[in-house]
Write a protein that binds this ligand. Sequence first.
Ligand code: PHE
Length: 432
Amino acid sequence: MGSAVGLGNIWKFPALTGANGGAGFLLIYLLATLLVGLPVMIAELTLGRHARANPIRALRMLAPPGQPWWLVGVIGMLAAFLIMAFYSEVVAWVFVYVWKSLEGSALSSDPAVTEAAFAAMVGNPWVSLVSQWLVLLLIGGILVKGVAGGIEAVTKRLMPLLFLLLAGLCVFSLTLDEAAAGLAFLFKPDFSKVDAAVVLTAVGLAFFKMSIGMGTMMTYGSYFRSEQNIPLTAGRVMVADLAVSLLAGIAIFPAVFTFGFEPTAGPSLVFITLPAVFAQLPFGQGLMLVFFILTSIAAIGAMLSLLEVPVLVLTERLGLPRPLAIGVCVLAVAVPGAGCALSGSVLAGVRVAGLTFFDLMDFVSSNLLLPVGGILIALFAGYVWGRAAFTRAVSNGGTLRNEGLAVVVLVLLRYVSPLLIGVVMLNGLGII
Ligand code: PHE
């Protein structure tokens, strides 16, 4: 849960739901989560626990000799770097907003004020760069000091608090004048905005939010106890992840319509609308501070899980000492990271296929690498590892008596997930 719940829920989910027309997008996203995300998460956790190794080694161990399935782990590592490049920048924005909450500078129900505060931040190259470096140093420092476990324990305690705060915000948002318009946008499907590219984005979001398709969950699985009930754990993570996203959506969209924001604002949406909500609340400044602190802690949990994937590979495979491996990875993120940080200022005009560097990293990782990784993991678990080994591992050697469920998951992995993702990808990219 520490890996799955993060900026994907609080930042990306509202931004993409807003930009892609609301409820229609949400429905496709829900289907992708259930039919593809959940089975792939179960497969990853099971493979990781069975192999007790990093994703590259796990796939090498479990594949028949000579078959290059370990390349899936390499694709995953690449995805981790691309995600960290832009994710670290969004964590940096959250840090800046912790500061802005202290100052009270972004707190206003006037869209012009909150939009200007966000624009000033992303438009300032130094603020963007230096805050990102701080994030990277902090995450690297946590891993070097080996206190990631401690941070995860803190995350676990504070997550319910974030949940409560979001739930409270929702209740307040529902009293706003245009609450009905916000809810209709979020829950009354209008498929006129849904095209192939939107479907691909929804599938990519499902992968991103559940941290699957790149080996993070395999890595986490490798630390699982043998008696842990994997389908149950995966189901709980999925439900919690969905719940946090929906709360974020319900907190944000009524405010979007009440205060006159554009639902299509994109990456700025959370940062411009929530301060407007806080401005209406008693103790709004303090609540805004708590909100951004809790969000930054959730984001750090997700970021740690991203960095752990390449660090583990470098230490296990190349035998690098851990601090060195962490240093190398942090530097390797900082380079494309700078491209993302500067996308709102000096590099704003540099575009590939119409996308800024920030958007390109996001598109390639979420809409290409994670789904490709997901197809390959589904095929691997479904066909190469095979039915007997899969059901044995999912049922903890038969003790859970959930073989029926394991077969359903296997059918989804064999026939539904690869086909669905494959068609969605080819369609979304305009190939078919
Ligand atoms: N799932 C995380 C989030 O929602 C992001 C993430 C993606 C983390 C992939 C690890 C791997 O914020």
